[in-house]
Write a protein that binds this ligand. Structure first.
Ligand code: UD1
Length: 403
């Protein structure tokens, strides 16, 4: 019987991580992927457009959680997902990235004794004021299997005392998404639609609470963008969180008057069409630091730290302050672009994930009496640590596969 794998999709950056894995699992006879959308992002251009671009089906379960405080969002996802997990009894749970839904579902999986995998494990900014850093720490501490994108992630986990057997380096799944829809990205010509010269503009995204929720920091960033726009025309697809803040301070009209092109958030294909023809990206997103490294496009990250240092060491990324953005942009445009790309950022990560799941699931060499409550082989349990023990301790005999 095919193993049922719950894949949790919640917010915009998750969809590019879930899609390649969903496609690879759907093509494998021994796995049955089940998409669960928590509804953390819900606007058509923050969610549906990504499902369409990445050829994902309608999720089998939609939790409809929506926005809220961190506790509200995390708690609501836990309550709703626990019901689905108990009713559906997956063989594996895969959570991706670092959003609130990632940590929430991992907590549910761990407490129900569902073998839980974290895709994009081990990244650390070492800045616990970032909500994502807390989500990463929590998720990696409780997931059974940690799929990492780069050696620094393995090192972080090992330094935290994680057993080596729980870690599998699979590479960067975001690159799989890019390669999956590369023809559509190449066919779209969003720069032309926006009357921008190919290679003659910069693309901007900002949405981190530390940048946009603090009015003084947002004002500094607006000034920096206006200064940078004098050297390079900028186009700025505005995240809803940021749009609200810009509007409230009348910064949106200031930016527009200075010549910055403000647009609604774009779908994946349309956004990547804009990025691939850009001279540079200016961002506080994690994913864009990686995509620009893969594409060899200079990236200026408006943050004090990054959980993706490999994009600096081996890629095109540099951390900048608002005050130095314009000069750093000028320098980046003049500097030669590195042609190197981190190992295993090759579009084949989803295949490695499926192979790892298979390796960790069996084929069972053990008689059925030695298998766990979910049909999960005890030898695999021994490989990833205390799964079996936790199941027994939790006394969840109700969480037993009936078939
Ligand atoms: C979340 C993630 C962040 C990720 C980002 C990508 C957490 C803690 N943060 O941040 O890691 O990089 O997604 O976008 O999980 N909103 C809408 N429509 C939507 C979604 C959000 O209007 O479809 C607005 C709402 O006003 C909401 C605000 O955006 O309150 C913030 O959304 P939320 O999901 O809380 O966090 P993000 O800033 O998007």
């Amino acid at each position: 019987m095919a193993q049922r794998i719950h894949l949790i999709a919640a917010a915009r950056p998750n969809f590019m991580k879930v899609a390649p894995l969903w496609h690879a699992l759907a093509a494998a006879p021994d796995f049955e992927p089940v998409l669960v959308h928590t509804g953390q992002h819900y606007d058509a251009n923050m969610s549906d457009a990504f499902f369409a671009d990445l050829r994902l089906p309608q999720p089998e379960h939609h939790l409809g959680i929506g926005s809220g405080s961190h506790a509200e969002q995390t708690g609501s996802v836990m309550i709703a997902y626990e019901k689905i997990a108990l009713a559906d009894r997956p063989d594996w749970l895969v959570v991706v990235g670092d959003v609130n839904s990632t940590a929430a579902c991992a907590l549910v999986g761990a407490k129900l004794g569902i073998p839980t995998v974290h895709l994009e494990a081990g990244l650390r900014s070492r800045d616990r004021t970032m909500p994502e850093e807390v989500n990463r720490l929590v998720t990696d501490a409780i997931a059974d299997v940690l799929w990492t994108p780069s050696p620094d992630a393995d090192e972080n986990l090992l330094a935290e005392g994680v057993a080596k057997s729980r870690i599998s380096r699979v590479g960067n799944i975001m690159i799989d998404s890019f390669e999956l829809v590369r023809p559509a990205i190449e066919a779209a010509d969003v720069p032309a639609e926006l009357k921008l010269d190919r290679g003659g503009y910069g693309v901007v995204t900002l949405h981190r609470p530390s940048n946009v929720d603090d009015p003084a920091q947002l004002a500094r960033l607006v000034d920096a963008l206006i200064e940078a726009q004098r050297g390079l025309p900028l186009v700025f697809p505005v995240h809803p969180r940021t749009a609200r803040r810009l509007r409230a301070a009348l910064f949106d009209s200031r930016l527009a008057r200075a010549g910055v092109t403000l647009v609604e958030p774009l779908s994946y294909v349309r956004f990547m069409s804009l990025v691939t023809a850009a001279a540079a990206a200016i961002t506080d997103s994690g994913g864009i630091q990686e995509e620009t490294t893969y594409l060899g496009i200079p990236c200026l990250t408006l943050r004090d730290n990054t959980e993706r240092p490999v994009t600096i060491a081996e890629g095109t990324n540099r951390l900048v302050k608002p005050e130095t953005l314009a000069i750093e942009l000028e320098l980046a445009l003049k500097s030669p672009r590195p042609v190197r790309c981190p190992a295993l950022w090759d579009g084949k990560t989803a295949g490695r994930c499926v192979a790892d799941l298979r390796r960790r699931s069996g084929p069972s060499k053990l008689p059925s009496a030695e298998r766990g409550p979910l049909g999960f082989a005890a030898d695999a349990a021994a490989r990833h640590g205390p799964i079996e023990e936790r199941r027994r301790a939790s006394g969840r005999s109700s969480y037993r596969r009936s078939s």
